[in-house]
Ligand binder design. Structure first.
Ligand code: BDP
Length: 650
């Protein structure tokens, strides 16, 4: 075990080192995440390319736009031999079973529990004749990880990366006098150049886990969110960007709009509800228009008063409406200034959790009752914030965050980034990360709840003594990587702080590139277990040290202790409910004494599934304050009593 120290080597590596010591092997020695089924070598070696991808505004239905939900029961077949493409399964599956969409496949079928290789989805759909003169797209909210789609046997596109939406334009491949066949080939093979990377390096849990990942959550695979046929008018709104600022009691709302095909013409923005609505004319030139509106005596969005204003944007020609799109916006500002995080010019303290989209049976599939229940429980426990660890969450979850008043740190799936496996791999991961941050900002930029972008979770050098790459070189490669990635986020959105979460003891050169220092800390768990007083002292030293190097607003984005629900002891022992309470009490105490602290997120909101290993009982990470079925542990009651006191109180 490593001992705690305020600087230098990563302090949380003991988990991995311990396992490496026992196993005498890293994940590199193992096949990447494929124990559940035989994988063709070429899939692991050759990354498929992304093509035909169109970015759409979140589909909605109104007088000009239409959509058909394709959720429900689809045909499904695993393809462990990767025979589907050559056997033309896109015309129909040879021996299908039935799957639910959306859902991960892993918890549905015993023979697919750890299977991450190719699998096929198939269904038929009629397209209404009334859509004939429309632009038609096949839209996916999230497919993990690689998706390839066919319409009536013709390939229409492919996409890489889970948790973010994409669409393919399909009108020219549709039949109008019969039903259409949709097939989708999906796989989540773990490779070194994906984001997150698979069990390429040392592995998140030391390379002994099943399936082998480089991260501590289950690599659920499948069609995870909405699938829709979307019909848009010939001239349509491609993008809207709303940026708000505050002048005295007034809200200033800047709206930029993009129409397709460099369209020129007239448009309008209506802000507010009928009766009190304001309007502004838009003049589109080469597809672009902009206006700024003033809302006197505005109600500013905040966790205490998450007020939303409806905003409707329309395009018209010769008095006829061509398209419209509606958003709910919040007027607010967010800023990292000095050592404080400011919302509407006032210092704010984030109380809440880093979370996972995870539930029994549905896996990582969109589960709307759970999305709503989680928002209710967050409110109940007194949270005002969460992080979308370790990937973007569903649009529905983000919509609820706007309505409930949760301040969100919105994160791309860049978990387990390392910098010792060569320039080619690093560059490939960077390409995917840049695509992810572009897509995330495009999807979520108009949510008032999003107060920061996070471009990674716990990147590490990947350095090992005796390895080919010296540590300084790996640190320099990371600096280059994060300079580019954070720079891209700032370029796409100059209105929100950007950050990533640092592993305990990770290189502070990288943290210094961020606007907020986000730290994950596990003193009292992975080190100094059972010695909470010493752990609190080590934690305090660590915070003060980081602050002396990076004097910026600082947030604990993870801290937590594994806890078996219903297990009690006095004095508190590790794994008991009492220990989790005492662990959190110590952390809150240390944090509350430091003015540079701008928040604390407990790891985790709820227990979640993770690869099986000797440190994860029953394949579950037990650091949840709620159980996996969302029942409160003692710590939930403890946090509730602390967090409901006042906004600042930790
Ligand atoms: C952090 C990771 C998170 C893990 C957590 C833990 O960011 O994914 O689940 O630690 O070990 O390193 O519980």
């Amino acid at each position: 075990m490593t001992s705690e120290k305020p600087t230098g080597e990563p302090l949380k590596m003991d988990r991995r080192d311990f396992l490496l010591g026992v196993a005498g092997t890293g994940a590199a020695a193992m096949a990447p995440g494929n124990e559940g089924g035989k994988l063709p070598a070429e899939i692991a070696a050759e990354e498929p390319h992304q093509h035909g991808v169109v970015r759409l505004l979140l589909p909605q239905q109104n007088a000009h736009r239409n959509r058909i939900d394709l959720l429900g029961l689809w045909d499904f077949q695993l393809d462990p031999e990767d025979a589907g493409v050559s056997a033309q399964w896109f015309h129909g599956l040879p021996s299908p079973r039935t799957i639910a969409v959306p859902c991960s496949w892993n918890d549905l079928f015993n023979d697919a529990a750890d299977y991450l290789g190719p699998a096929w989805y198939f269904r038929e759909v009629w397209v209404p004749a009334a859509w004939r003169r429309q632009r038609i797209f096949l839209y996916f909210g999230s497919v993990n990880y690689a998706a390839q789609a066919w319409i009536n046997g013709t390939a229409v596109g492919s996409h890489l990366g889970g948790h973010l939406p994409f669409a393919f334009e399909i009108a020219s491949h549709l039949a109008w006098d019969r039903s259409n066949l949709i097939s989708v080939r999906v796989e989540n093979v773990q490779t070194a150049t994906r984001v997150p990377p698979g069990g390429n390096s040392r592995g998140g849990l030391g390379g002994m886990e099943l399936p082998a990942t480089s991260y501590d959550y289950f690599p659920y695979a499948g069609i995870h969110r909405q699938v829709q046929l979307v019909a848009l008018p010939e001239t349509y709104i491609e993008d809207i960007t709303v940026v708000t600022s505050i002048e005295g009691a007034s809200g200033i709302v800047n709206v930029k709009a993009q129409a397709n095909a460099e369209w020129s013409g007239a448009g309008k923005v209506q802000l507010g509800t009928a009766g009190s609505a304001r309007e502004a004319e838009l003049e589109f030139r080469r597809g672009f228009a902009e206006t700024t509106m003033r809302v006197p005596e505005a109600v500013f969005w905040s966790p205490d008063a998450p007020h939303l204003y409806p905003l409707e944007l329309t395009l018209s020609a010769h008095g006829t409406l061509l398209d419209s799109y509606r958003l709910d916006i919040g007027i607010r500002t967010v800023e990292a200034r000095g050592e404080q995080l400011l919302l509407n010019g006032q210092p704010i303290f984030l109380k809440g959790f880093s979370r996972h989209e995870d539930f029994a049976i549905s896996g990582r599939g969109l589960n709307l009752p759970v999305v709503v229940r989680d928002a209710e429980l967050l409110k109940w426990v007194g949270a005002n914030s969460f992080r979308t660890s370790h990937y973007p969450y569903s649009p529905e979850c983000m919509e609820l965050a706007d309505r409930y008043g949760f301040m969100v740190i919105d994160e791309i799936p860049a978990v387990g980034m390392t910098f010792s496996d060569g320039e080619t791999n690093i560059q490939k991961r960077l390409t995917q990360c840049l695509r992810d941050i572009d897509d995330l900002i495009a999807r979520d930029k108009n949510h008032p709840s999003v107060i920061a972008w996070s471009v990674a979770n716990e990147p590490g050098t990947g350095y090992s003594p005796g390895g080919a790459v010296p540590k300084a070189e790996a640190v320099a490669a990371g600096t280059k990587f994060f300079t580019q990635l954070l720079g891209r986020a700032r370029e796409q959105d100059g209105t929100r702080p950007v950050t990533f979460t640092t592993v305990q003891g990770g290189p502070l050169e990288w943290t210094a590139l961020c606007d907020i220092a986000c730290l994950n800390a596990y003193f009292g768990w992975y080190s100094l277990g059972g010695r909470l007083d010493q752990a609190a002292q080590a934690f305090a030293r660590y915070l003060d040290h980081v602050n002396s190097v990076v004097p910026k607003p600082t947030i604990i984005t993870e801290c937590g202790a594994g806890t078996l629900a219903g297990v009690h002891d006095e004095p508190p022992q590790m794994w008991t409910e009492e220990y989790q309470v005492e662990f959190l009490r110590h952390y809150l105490e240390v944090v509350s004494k430091r003015s540079f602290m701008a928040g604390l997120h407990v790891w985790n909101f709820q227990e979640f599934k993770t690869p099986q290993s000797i440190i994860r009982p029953a394949g579950q990470n037990n650091k949840g304050v709620f159980t996996r079925d969302r029942r409160p542990k003692m710590a939930a009651h403890f946090l509730r009593s602390r967090w409901n006191r006042s906004l600042r109180t930790t």
